[in-house]
Each structure stands twice: as structure tokens, then as C-alpha cells.
Design a protein around this ligand. Structure first.
Ligand SMILES: Cc1ncc(COP(=O)(O)O)c(C=O)c1O
Length: 379
């Protein structure tokens, strides 16, 4: 019987241990597996290749995203590394220009020297993507949408269609909205990548990553890199993610509600210059996201009137926590210039608008009035 996503997630990993009937998937803390005899295997040989706890997570991720194969990695960066190994020296990949600083670092410091070149584009402008896809040796497009930290929205189906017409892969970093709100594979993408440290884990207590491929063939190629390079997620962290996933819909609903209220407060606040939240009708990506997702997520950014106020705000917040990362139950405030995007060269940051007045918020599940009160007090 096919069930709705809330049901699938609530019962993630249930009933996989016929021997004991354990409801939750046990943590199979083992590196290796004993063989009954030569030529026979239980299906598990060595935990880098496959582990029952990780497999329960990977199958849940594949089912939730609507893909053929899910793969869990030790971090979002390890997942992105495995993904980019699909490309050969001389290949080029069109990439969202205002993306997570660590992805930029991976592309520029690891893959560019190895001959794989990123072409950065404002992927909220489909025409610009179309022109970039037509450049020689382009093999794929990597969209981060909403982008980090400016929450720009790419039109996934329009871009996937353009890529498909040229026989190119569409890859989507779905970290900010997750399969609960945005379904890239159904919108035409070939593979989805996650920092699972964020909403999927949801409690700011595990670092993890994931890839979900639409087809078994692509899943098999990525699984080869996962096993050959070995950046796999361990059984304890796989179990934590399985547990986190069960409450993803509940968490995201509350987080999104908090984000919407915070965005409305900031949009009308005299001490705030600009607000970036795709759930505000004034946001340029509002119409696309309203059409293509079932929610606007819980990430937002805003510019204060002057950079001289930033240090004081970061010091004085009491409910928001000043920390890198996002997507957990605790609300976080981040200063992208000095934290998540410090590895992007200053001239690029300036052009993109990642300036010294910009703060990023990840709304948690706390009481809305407490969050609003905290921001009103510091502003
Ligand atoms: C959109 C996005 N993708 C990828 C990553 C990298 O993931 P991780 O920190 O789990 O390695 C991050 C981390 O912040 C992110 O925000």
C-alpha cells in the first residue's frame, strides 16, 4: 500500500528486524559480517559497502524523495564530492552563483584543479541558465534552490527541461526545503543532494549528507563512488537521522510558520533595510515557489541598516543562538560574511549582495512570540 509522506517518515526504519521484532532499526555497530560459507553472504559483507542501519536510512530517503536509490554520506560535502565525481577533466558544470561557501570551495579548490570547471550563473534567471547550458563541454547543472544565503529561487522544471533537451544532468541541492516541501525529481531533476545535517536530521546534533538518484543506473554509479571513496555515514549517525526524519513534517510546519511571522516583522521594521524570504509576495521567487513547492521553508536573511549594529545583535540575542548551520529545532542566527560564506572571494560576495549588513536566520520550533520578542529587543 502506498502511504502519504508523513506516514512513511513516522514509520521510517520500522519492522526491519524479523529475528527480534525490534520496532526501531537497531544500530548495527559492526565493521564486518560473518559469512555462513564460501560463496554465501547475508547481503552484508563490510560496512563501508553496506550496513543495515545505513541501508534502512538510504531506503527511507529514496522512498521519501521518490527516487530509485538513496545513499548516505558522512557530510553534505562528502555527498557533493561523490556527485561531482561523475565528471571528467574538461567537463563543465553550470552552478548557482550564490551557493553555500563550502560547495564553492569544493568546486574551486578541489574540482577545478582536477579539470572540472564550474560556470557560475544567477539561476533565478532561466534565460541566463539557457545561455550557459549552450556553452561547450557543459555536462550538467547544479541548482541550489532556495540559494544560500539570499534565498533566490530557480525554476526547476524549466531548467530541467532545457538540460534534458541537451542530454545534460540536472542536480538539485534540496537542503533548504527538503522533499517535504519541494520535489525536484518529480519536477524533472536527475539527482538530489543534501546536507542532512540540516532539516533531515533536524536537531543540530549530527553531520550527514545524502544523494538520491532518480534512476537505478545513476544510483549505481554514485554508489560506486560512495564505496570506492568511502565517505559513508556511520551506523550511530544513520540511526540519529532515521529518528530525526520521523518528525520532519511536524518540525518544518512549525519552523515555516515561525519564519513567515519573523519575515513579516522584519519587512515592516524601521531598522531593517531588506528582507529575503521567498514566502513574502514581494520576493522575486514567490510566484515560482508558490507554483512548484508546497511551502516556502524556514530560512530567511535580512540586512540591518548599518554593519556597526551586527556585533551587538549577535551578542545580545537570547532565544536565537549565534551559530553556523540551520534546519534544527533551535533557531540560529548566522553572519554569512564571516561564517558560511567566508571562502567566497570578497569581490564575488559584494556583487552577489553577501555584504557586512547581512544576517541569516534559521527559524526553529520555539514559541513564535519568544522569537519575535528576541528580535524586537535586539533591533
Ligand atoms: C545548501 C548546503 N549544501 C551543502 C552543505 C554542506 O553540508 P555539510 O555541512 O553537512 O557538509 C551545506 C552546509 O551548510 C548547505 O547549507
Amino acid at each position: 500500500m502506498s502511504v502519504k509522506i508523513e506516514t512513511l517518515l513516522a514509520q521510517a526504519g520500522c519492522g526491519r528486524d524479523a529475528k527480534t521484532g525490534a520496532l526501531a532499526t537497531p544500530i548495527y555497530q559492526t565493521a564486518t559480517f560473518e559469512h555462513p560459507e564460501l560463496g554465501r553472504s547475508t547481503g552484508f559483507d563490510y560496512s563501508r559497502t553496506s550496513n543495515p542501519t545505513r541501508l534502512a536510512l538510504e531506503e527511507t530517503l529514496a522512498a521519501a524523495e521518490g527516487g530509485a536509490r538513496g545513499l548516505a554520506f558522512a557530510s553534505g560535502m562528502a555527498a557533493l564530492d561523490a556527485l561531482l565525481r561523475l565528471f571528467q577533466p574538461g567537463d563543465r558544470v553550470v552552478v548557482t552563483e550564490d551557493l553555500y561557501g563550502g560547495t564553492y570551495r569544493l568546486l574551486e579548490k578541489i574540482f577545478r584543479p582536477a579539470g572540472v570547471e564550474a560556470i557560475y550563473v544567477d539561476t533565478s534567471q532561466t534565460e541566463l541558465v539557457k545561455a550557459a547550458l549552450a556553452q561547450p563541454n557543459v555536462r550538467a547543472v547544479l541548482l541550489e534552490t532556495p540559494s544560500n544565503p539570499l534565498l533566490k529561487i530557480a525554476d526547476i522544471p524549466a531548467i530541467a527541461k532545457l538540460a534534458k533537451a541537451r542530454g545534460l544532468l540536472t542536480m538539485v541541492d534540496n537542503t533548504f526545503l527538503t522533499f517535504y516541501l519541494q520535489r525536484p525529481l518529480e519536477l524533472g531533476a536527475d539527482v538530489v543532494v543534501y546536507s542532512a545535517s540540516k532539516y533531515l536530521g533536524g536537531h543540530n546534533d549530527v553531520v550527514a549528507g545524502a544523494l538520491i538518484a532518480r534512476t537505478p543506473e545513476l544510483g549505481e554509479r554514485l554508489a560506486f563512488f560512495q564505496n570506492a571513496v568511502g565517505g559513508v555515514l556511520g551506523p550511530q549517525d544513520s540511526w540519529l537521522l532515521l529518528r530525526g526524519l520521523k518528525t520532519l513534517p511536524l518540525r518544518l510546519r512549525q519552523q515555516q510558520q515561525n519564519a513567515q511571522r519573523i519575515a513579516e516583522l522584519l519587512a515592516n521594521h524601521p531598522r531593517v533595510r531588506k528582507v529575503f524570504y521567498p514566502g513574502l509576495p514581494s520576493h522575486p521567487g514567490y510566484a515560482v515557489l508558490a507554483r512548484e513547492s508546497s511551502g516556502f521553508g524556514a530560512m530567511l536573511a535580512f540586512e540591518v541598516e548599518s554593519a556597526s549594529r551586527v556585533a551587538e545583535i549577535l551578542k545580545r540575542v537570547r532565544v536565537f543562538r549565534f551559530a553556523e548551520s540551520l534546519g534544527g529545532v533551535e533557531s540560529l542566527i548566522t553572519y554569512p560574511l564571516a561564517q558560511t560564506h567566508a571562502d567566497i572571494p570578497a569581490e564575488i560576495r559584494d556583487r552577489l549582495g553577501i555584504n557586512d549588513r547581512l544576517l541569516r536566520l534559521s527559524a526553529g520550533i520555539e514559541n513564535t512570540a519568544d522569537l519575535i520578542g528576541d528580535l524586537e529587543a535586539v533591533l
